[in-house]
Design a protein around this ligand. Structure first.
Ligand SMILES: Nc1ncnc2c1ncn2[C@@H]1O[C@H](COP(=O)(O)OP(=O)(O)OP(=O)(O)O)[C@@H](O)[C@H]1O
Ligand SMILES: [Mg+2]
Length: 467
């Protein structure tokens, strides 16, 4: 479908020439000779043009007034305004209304093309963002936190309450895979800041220096390698939400800077002299016991108290195993669609195994198990033989498992292990070889200690009784 362009121009000759030119360039062009007509096209015929090229002064009105009304009524598209020679446009007002550009008549064809193409690119990018955010808003509702158990119902009630409270900080706790990320998205997309960005970062995934510059940004020359100025993630979340996953892994000095963002709504980029005002809502998630961390000095008490004014606790799956009956069909449908399978029957033996298992990796682990089963299904039944519950972590050397031989790790490529499980096996095997020493393990695997620690938690690897 060609892109649509609305031209608002009362001069007959110029209007006809513009229409001819842009039709030749494959635009779907509509021409309005007055604002009345443009009004009719936009609001009664509900045309949603990608770009509007409008004369600023028409006998029946002014282009900026028209643009103001469009914006008030939620109209999209970029506006390029044409001014007569010698006319001085109210550029401050135009900027406030978000006009894309001004062109003075008569204007060069090449320049006009350049500006209109730029406006089209910008409008397309905005549409993509808007569509994506509408999609997400549809996808992330309290109902998408599935489960008919009482604990799941309580979570949904709390999510609905939180969506209507203008809180500045919230902490989401729960074991790995219980849906903390999902809950954060539901609260953001259903809340007052849904129009603003949701920026996510995992505090365990980056070493301290990188985490600081990612979060707070830096000025050019703030440190070796900082060639250009960079806006940090908190700044990028302005007007929306910053979601800090694994907050328990954030170094204590950065916690102080974060507290300042919440309390004073301001931050200072690395190497900057001035503070910048930021308006963000902070959501933090953790699967650690922050209370204990506060007591042994690993987490600042003031930040903890500030964050825990609003707390959302997600129950482990084993305490709401009734929800397995809701979650499995959801995941089966999802992977049926992704992999073109037609699994529709879940044998009793499968339900029995699923309901008996303790699910240390919670809903994420359940989802992974369902994915494997759907992908390996040969008919419409979910195959019990691919559940492989209880063999999720140990490196035992049995069929379907990993084994260590002469300092090398063997991983089965017959489909019995997913990539995620393989990563778990690699971490566990290396830890065992290094006497459970996290620093040595991270050195051997050429990664950071934070990442190794994160994965120990994620894959529920026990350090004490192995080795
Ligand atoms: N109640 C639920 N209903 C439907 N899907 C769920 C539910 N809870 C979790 N999930 C799904 O399970 C997966 C894991 O959830 P999520 O990533 O939110 O967990 P998490 O608590 O953030 O885990 P981690 O601590 O490892 O970061 C996601 O695909 C999520 O959509
Ligand atoms: Mg998460």
């Amino acid at each position: 479908m060609p892109d649509s362009l609305l031209i608002i121009e009362d001069e007959q000759l110029l209007g006809a020439e513009l229409v001819r030119h842009f039709r030749r360039a494959k635009w779907d062009v509509t021409w309005a000779r007055t604002f009345r007509e443009a009004h009719h096209i936009l609001f009664e015929r509900e045309l949603d043009p990608l770009v509007v090229l409008s004369d600023i002064n028409l006998p029946d009105g002014n282009g900026l007034d028209a643009l103001e009304e469009i914006r008030r009524r939620g109209g999209r598209g970029e506006w390029v305004l044409l001014t007569g020679y010698g006319e001085v446009p109210d550029s401050v007002r135009a900027m406030r209304l978000g006009a894309f550009d001004f062109l003075t008549k008569p204007c060069e064809q090449d320049h006009l093309d350049l500006v209109i193409n730029g406006a089209a690119r910008s409008a397309r990018a905005q549409r993509r963002l808007q569509d994506e955010s509408e999609n997400r808003a549809r996808r992330y509702t309290p109902e998408s936190f599935a489960g008919h158990s009482d604990p799941a119902g309580t979570v949904r009630t709390l999510l609905r309450k939180l969506m209507h409270v203008p809180f500045s900080a919230l902490i989401i706790t729960g074991e790995t895979g219980t849906g903390k990320g999902l809950a954060a998205r539901i609260v953001h997309h259903g809340g007052r800041r849904a129009e603003g960005p949701l920026v996510e970062i995992n505090c365990a995934a980056l070493p301290r220096e990188l985490l600081e510059s990612e979060l707070f940004g830096h000025e050019a020359g703030a440190f070796t390698g900082a060639r250009a100025r960079r806006r940090g993630l908190i700044e990028q979340a302005h007007g929306g939400t910053i979601f800090l996953d694994e907050i328990g892994e954030m170094p204590v000095d950065l916690q102080a800077k974060l507290l300042k963002v919440i309390e004073d709504r301001s931050l200072r980029r690395l190497g900057a002299e001035r503070e910048i005002q930021v308006d963000v809502q902070v959501m933090a998630a953790t699967n650690q016991d922050l209370d204990t961390q506060v007591r042994n000095g690993g987490f600042r008490a003031d930040l903890y108290h500030r964050l825990s004014v609003f707390t959302l606790e997600l129950p482990p799956l084993r305490e709401r195993s009734a929800d397995i009956r809701d979650l499995v069909p959801l995941f089966v449908a999802e992977y049926n669609a992704i992999a073109g399978r037609r699994v529709s029957e879940i044998p009793d033996a499968v339900w029995e195994r699923l309901e008996r298992y303790a699910w240390p990796g919670n809903v994420r682990e359940l989802r992974n198990v369902v994915e494997r089963c759907v992908l390996f299904a040969t008919d419409n039944r979910l195959p019990v033989e691919w559940l492989q519950l209880g063999s999720a972590v140990p490196v035992s050397g049995q069929a379907g498992d990993a084994s260590i031989e002469a300092g090398r790790l063997c991983l089965p490529l017959d489909g019995s292990l997913g990539l995620d499980d393989m990563v778990g096996r690699i971490i566990e095997a290396t830890l065992r070889r290094q006497g459970n020493n996290v620093a040595e393990t991270s050195r051997v695997l050429k990664t950071t200690r934070e990442k190794v620690r994160y994965r120990i938690e994620k894959y529920n690897i026990k350090l004490s009784n192995r080795c």
